[in-house]
Design a protein around this ligand. Structure first.
Ligand code: NI
Length: 138
């Protein structure tokens, strides 16, 4: 762990009250931890904007009964294999599958993969969770 540095922050009282209420709602135990997380979140946004090496997860919910859909999703994943670290398939219930695709690579490539998967007919919901490969967030 790198050296801890303390510094003072001046804020309008009202803004600080809003900050405290926000971090309570998010279950942070103290302001420092909340502040660190917000900074890291901004750094991750910048990584995604500036084409750094990033990581994330694509989550898909789709109809288990449509075998054509399953094939299509698998085909796409083979086409983008260089971006995919692993795929987890969960049988949610009788009708629905949840698939979590862990990805790593260039943001623009990952976006294309996520959009391609989300656009497959029959995918009920698709999300891209944008995270970091870890280098820039200390
Ligand atoms: Ni399934």
């Amino acid at each position: 762990m790198s050296e801890l540095v303390r510094f003072g922050v001046s804020l309008e009282r009202k803004l600080l009250e809003k900050f405290d209420s926000l971090i309570r709602a998010r279950n942070y135990t103290n302001r420092s931890e909340a502040f660190r997380d917000m900074i890291r979140q901004e750094l991750i946004k910048r990584e995604w904007l500036h084409g750094k090496d990033v990581a994330g997860a694509i989550t898909l919910i789709y109809d288990h009964h449509r075998k054509d859909l399953l094939n299509k999703i698998t085909d796409i994943q083979h086409d983008y294999q260089r971006l995919i670290i692993s795929t987890q398939h969960i049988h949610l219930d009788h009708d629905n599958c949840l698939e979590i695709v862990a990805v790593r690579g260039k943001p623009e490539d990952i976006q294309v993969l996520a959009n391609t998967l989300k656009a497959v007919k029959g995918v009920k919901n698709g999300t891209l969770s944008m995270s970091s490969a870890g280098k820039e967030v200390g």
